[in-house]
Design a protein around this ligand. Structure first.
Ligand SMILES: [Zn+2]
Length: 285
C-alpha cells in the first residue's frame, strides 16, 4: 500500500510543472540536527542548561540581555553546528526534482541548508530568518555572519569575550537575524524581501499549472509552515499536497480522503524526510 503511494506521488511530481517544498524542523533531523522538540530533546544537546533554562527562555532576546555569554554560547554552538553539518542526500534529490519546474522553498529552519545544498537563494523564503545573518539593533543593518567565530566553553556553554560585535558600531553586540520567542526587535527586512519574491511566484502561477507541494517535518507545535501549504491546497486548481511526517501527519482540517481527485489531492506519508524522498525517487523514471 505504502509502496503504491510513493509511486503515485512520483508520477504526480513528474507530471507537475511546479514544485513547492515546505520544510519544518523534521527536515534537518536526518542531517543529524536537533529539532528542539520538547524539553528532553533540548537538554540532550545542551546539558549545562538542564534545570536552569528552557529552549523558549534561551531562544529569546531577553536571554541576550540577561545572560549575553550564555546566549552567544547557545547560538554560537548552533551557528558552528549548522555550518559544519552537511545537508542529507534528500536535498540533492529534491533539487533534481525541481529542475525545469517553477519552484519555491518555504522553510522555518534557520540552518541555511537549502542554500548549502545548492538551491537558488532567490527561491527560498526563510520564514523565521537565518542564523547565517547578523542584525544590529543600533545601526539597523543585517549582514552575513561569515567571518564570525564564536568560542565557547563546552562544559558551561558560555561564550568567551569579546562577544560578536557590530562591524559598523562601536561596542554593540549583534544577534542572529532569527525570529525568537517574545521577539520585538527582530529586523524583518531580509525575510520580507523573500516573502515578496514568494508572493510574486504565487501570482505567476496560473490555473493551468500543475502543482505539487511536498511538506517535510512541519510539526503542529509551530503551525506556520503547515498553514502555508494548506492554503495552497485551497487556492489552486491542479494541486497535490503531500505531508511527510512520522508523527503529525493529520489531514488538513475538514479534508477527507474521498475528496481526492486527479486535480486536487492530499496524501500523508508517515515517515521521515530522507526515507520518503529516497522511496519516491525509486519510482522516478
Ligand atoms: Zn551596528
Amino acid at each position: 500500500m505504502q509502496a503504491n503511494l510513493h509511486q503515485l506521488i512520483a508520477k504526480r511530481i513528474q507530471s507537475a510543472n511546479s514544485l513547492i517544498i515546505t520544510a519544518g524542523a523534521g527536515m534537518g533531523v536526518d542531517s543529524g540536527l536537533p529539532d528542539f522538540r520538547g524539553k528532553e530533546g533540548f537538554w540532550k544537546n545542551y546539558i549545562p542548561f538542564r534545570d536552569k533554562f528552557s529552549f523558549t527562555e534561551c531562544a529569546n532576546p531577553r536571554f541576550l540581555e540577561d545572560h549575553p555569554n550564555l546566549f552567544w554560547g547557545f547560538y554560537g554552538h548552533r551557528l558552528h553546528l549548522y555550518r559544519n553539518t552537511q545537508p542529507h542526500k534528500g536535498f540533492e534529490i529534491l533539487k533534481s526534482w525541481s529542475q525545469n519546474k517553477k519552484s519555491f522553498v518555504l522553510t522555518s529552519n534557520v540552518d541555511g541548508h537549502f542554500q548549502k545544498a545548492g538551491f537558488n537563494e532567490q527561491i527560498i523564503y526563510e520564514v523565521h530568518g537565518s542564523i547565517h545573518h547578523m542584525q544590529c539593533t543600533s545601526c539597523k543593518r543585517i549582514y552575513s555572519a561569515d567571518g564570525y567565530n564564536i568560542i565557547y566553553d563546552v562544559s558551561t556553554f558560555e561564550a568567551k569575550d569579546p562577544l560578536p560585535n557590530c562591524k559598523n558600531c562601536v561596542n554593540v553586540v549583534v544577534r542572529p537575524n532569527i525570529l525568537m520567542f517574545g521577539d520585538y526587535s527582530f529586523m524583518s527586512d531580509r525575510v520580507e524581501e523573500q516573502e515578496d519574491r514568494y508572493m510574486q511566484f504565487q501570482n505567476d502561477l496560473t490555473s493551468q499549472d500543475k502543482i505539487v507541494v511536498l511538506e517535510f517535518g512541519a510539526g503542529e507545535s509551530v503551525a506556520t509552515i503547515r498553514m502555508m501549504g494548506e492554503q495552497l491546497l485551497q487556492k489552486y486548481k491542479h494541486i497535490t499536497f503531500v505531508r511527510i511526517n512520522p508523527r503529525d501527519y493529520n489531514s488538513p482540517f475538514g479534508w477527507r480522503q474521498q475528496q481526492n481527485t486527479d486535480d486536487k489531492a492530499f496524501y500523508a506519508l508517515k515517515q521521515g524526510a530522507l526515507e520518503a524522498i529516497t522511496q519516491i525517487q525509486q519510482y522516478m523514471l
